[in-house]
Design a protein. Structure first.
Length: 267
């Protein structure tokens, strides 16, 4: 892949790693990067040989957020409607939602800045691992813009409405320790160990039943929108599916024979 590439994806032993590769530009959330991520999300969703996805940046930065120079270049002229902006946001929302609902575990490994769209991208992950230098910032208010890329949906559900409002209203950076304390980050690792920590977590999740994980993720991602009875009905339907899988039958047989299970978090 040429040096000018905005990102790259590698797949090894069932684990896909997407790395943003323009650290000098702080892996800016350019249209090129968005197009790359959109295409890879679509590709991953259609593949059966990928069990876990890791998203990370390079050069000590996750993503510094939007490409401000690109925004200035594409600003509508006076009197010109801003409908194109809305279309671009709709396009982003489409693949962001698909990324958030990928039926495999998604891990974000955040070193350095996760600002604006980069912050929203990290929030698509099931688990956010970060380095001590990680900073999360809903920077949109600084340029007179509203938080986008799904952050207004995900952040309040992750850390509570009042904390989310404070983060979005002020645009202040959230350091790694605070991010972990409020439930934004799952764990903190030294920068030089972050990639290995993400890979270790991916390998620990990998032996789980793909169908079971997909159903669990689909349902829990809707928890705050559904009433208890609907959730119970969805659980029952999902359980009916799971109990018919070869994975479940094998696990039950292993358990009755007192053999090690394929998926055992403790081991």
């Amino acid at each position: 892949m040429p040096d000018t590439a905005v990102a790259e994806m590698t797949v090894e032993n069932g684990i896909a790693t997407i790395t943003m590769t323009r650290p000098k530009q702080r892996n800016a959330f350019t249209q090129e990067l968005q197009d790359f991520l959109s295409s890879k999300v679509k590709e991953i969703a259609g593949r059966t040989d990928i069990d876990v996805v890791i998203i990370t940046g390079s050069g000590g930065s996750f993503s510094g957020g939007g490409d401000i120079k690109g925004m200035l270049k594409n600003q509508p002229k006076e009197g010109q409607p801003g409908a194109d902006y809305r279309k671009r946001i709709y396009a982003i929302n489409d693949w962001i939602q698909r990324l958030r609902n990928l039926e495999v575990p998604v891990i974000a490994a955040v070193d350095g800045a996760a600002y604006g769209g980069g912050f929203s991208l990290a929030l698509c992950a099931d688990f956010i691992l970060c380095s001590p230098t990680a900073r999360f910032c809903s920077v949109f208010c600084r340029i007179g813009a509203v938080p986008d890329c799904g952050i207004m949906y995900v952040l309040p559900r992750m850390i509570g409405l009042q904390r989310a409002k404070e983060i979005m209203y002020t645009g202040r950076p959230i350091p790694a320790e605070e991010a972990k304390e409020i439930g934004l980050a799952f764990a903190i690792h030294p920068a030089e160990e972050l990639a290995e920590a993400a890979l270790t977590l991916a390998k620990r999740l990998q032996p789980a039943s793909r169908k079971t994980f997909a159903l669990t993720k689909r349902i829990t991602n809707q928890t705050f929108e559904l009433d208890s009875q609907t959730l119970l009905e969805m659980e029952a339907a999902a359980q009916e599916i799971c109990f018919t899988t070869d994975y479940n039958k094998d696990a039950v047989a292993r358990f009755t024979r007192k053999e090690p299970l394929l998926f055992n978090w403790e081991s």
